[in-house]
Design a protein around this ligand. Structure first.
Ligand SMILES: *Cc1c(COP(=O)(O)O)cnc(C)c1O
Ligand SMILES: [Zn+2]
Length: 477
């Protein structure tokens, strides 16, 4: 089993490495390993920074804006390739991911209790498949190609499958099998997997079940696994941090708020920031706030409720196992309108603890009501987002109210997915009575009882004079 720890590991510039300090086993880049074979812990992609050329300043990356006809310079992930140097340039699989923007939003700032100028929204919904997942999938697809994979698979609440499927359909490099839970996937996302031609398996179970099955199937069939256990995916997701910093003229904000589902994004953010600090490319690390949905709050419950910590890479596993046993005994499953973060057993939990430690981070939970109200603010202020993404702004408002975030702090909310991913949630919210009860059964099944920021469609007669008088009434009200 340990044969892959080669004597050359000290001479390799990039390799895979177990994150547990008591193990620390290293593996070559050519191996396809869901977890450390020696101890079962998560793997990192690790670099010997003395062996790879690193720019003297982050500003050097700006030069690539002038060579955007070169696909790897156009990519919002690979133009930072010196910071994820695991692939040769001719191996890179890119479809133009990462053309995102960081938008100032004073109305959201005011709503969350921050000063104007203090809040920015990082729109990851502008990626080719409409979510941040493309940042990671370009890296996983690259690694899949490096290892000669012909079939790739993932379990998904929707966006991972859309992302994996778009990389397969645009490049034709491999076939794709996606596992989704029954009735758990927003139609915008399911429609993508179907349209991009993925073999789509709808499992009788939820996401946590689907992830267990896809891991077993990949192992048995030699299929390349693209869930966020895959450390190469997280390498690509580091680029979200690079682009945020770039948009801020390389001046780190005080906070970066991100929704927490499987905790891949928060884990990648921490790794990016730890490496940038190690390389002397930033001198101050922003604090990462990870926001759970209250119906899927494993991280919040363990971190705040039971004081689970990274603890130098030796977190208290008994605490985690005990908590999961309790959930199982009570037959509790994750349940939230924000389907992208409806995850009870986040695979990257331990890596996320590392992020929280390294960035002096925070964790909190927000209800579906708080999420949908925040989502309506974001939509009214800009490009909009899907429900899970709005957990970031809802969390910032809560942390502001709790006094954790100061009114003058500079905050970036990562909006992980596009508004059109889940139009059902949006239309139901806006169709409801702002003052009264939300009547749609779908909403009643969750915690949402009113929609204060609703913008209801107004019925009018098929008559111009009546319409004009109604418009005058409404616009001048
Ligand atoms: C996947 C996803 C998340 C959760 O991200 P993790 O890295 O799993 O924590 C949040 N929002 C959207 C829109 C997603 O697609
Ligand atoms: Zn190990």
């Amino acid at each position: 089993m340990l044969s892959s720890q080669s004597d050359q590991s000290s001479q390799r510039a990039a390799f895979q490495q177990c994150i547990a300090p008591d193990c620390g086993q290293t593996y070559g880049l050519d191996e396809v390993l869901p977890l450390c074979p020696a101890c079962g812990e998560l793997l990192d992609v690790t670099y010997d920074w003395d062996r790879v050329p690193v720019p003297a300043s982050l500003r050097e990356f700006e030069a690539r804006w002038s060579s955007r006809r070169n696909p790897v310079d156009f990519s919002g992930v690979w133009r930072f390739r010196e910071l994820l140097p695991f692939a040769r340039e001719d191996q890179i699989v890119t479809i133009g991911e990462g053309q995102t923007i960081l938008q100032l939003s004073d109305s959201c700032a005011t709503w969350a209790g921050l000063k104007p100028g203090g809040l920015r929204l990082q729109y990851e919904g502008l990626n080719p498949s409409g979510s941040f997942k493309d940042n990671g999938m370009t890296a996983a697809a690259t690694h899949a190609r490096m290892t000669g994979a012909t079939t790739a698979a993932c379990a998904s609440t929707g966006n991972t499958s859309a992302s994996l499927a778009i990389y397969a359909s645009t490049t034709q490099l491999f076939r794709v099998v996606v596992f989704v839970g029954s009735g758990k996937i927003a139609f915008g996302k399911l429609s993508q997997a179907l349209d991009y031609g993925a073999l789509t398996l709808q499992l009788d179970g939820d996401f946590d079940d689907a992830l267990i099955r896809v891991r077993e199937v990949c192992q048995a069939e030699g299929i390349y696994l693209c869930n966020s256990l895959n450390p190469f995916r997280l390498e690509g997701q580091k680029a979200i941090i690079y682009r945020i910093l770039e948009s801020l003229n390389w001046e780190p904000p005080d906070w970066i708020a991100v929704p927490g589902g499987n905790l891949g994004n928060s884990s990648a953010f921490g790794k990016a920031l730890i490496e940038l600090r190690h390389l002397g490319l930033i001198d101050r690390v922003p604090r990462v706030a990870v926001i759970n949905a209250s119906g899927a709050s494993t991280l919040d419950d363990l971190y705040n409720g039971r004081d689970l910590r990274w603890n130098g890479g030796r977190p208290d596993k008994a605490l985690i196992d005990g908590w999961y046993s309790e959930q199982d005994a009570e037959k509790k499953r994750a349940k939230t309108m924000a389907s992208a973060i409806e995850i009870g057993r986040p695979v990257n939990l331990v890596k996320c603890l590392r992020t929280l430690e390294a960035t002096d981070g925070l964790v909190c939970s927000v209800t579906d009501q708080q999420i949908l109200d925040a989502k309506a603010q974001i939509g009214a202020a800009g490009f909009g987002c899907e429900p899970a993404s709005a957990a970031s702004l809802a969390g910032v408002k809560l942390l502001r109210e709790q006094g954790q975030i100061a009114p003058s702090d500079r905050v970036v909310c990562v909006l992980t997915g596009h508004q059109l991913k889940d139009p059902d949630a949006t239309v139901t919210y806006h169709s409801s009575d702002p003052a009264g009860e939300v009547t749609s059964q779908r909403f009643l099944d969750h915690e949402v009882t009113s929609a204060p920021a609703a913008n209801r469609p107004i019925p009018v007669a098929n008559d111009s004079a009546a319409i004009i008088s109604r418009i005058r009434e409404l616009l001048h009200a």
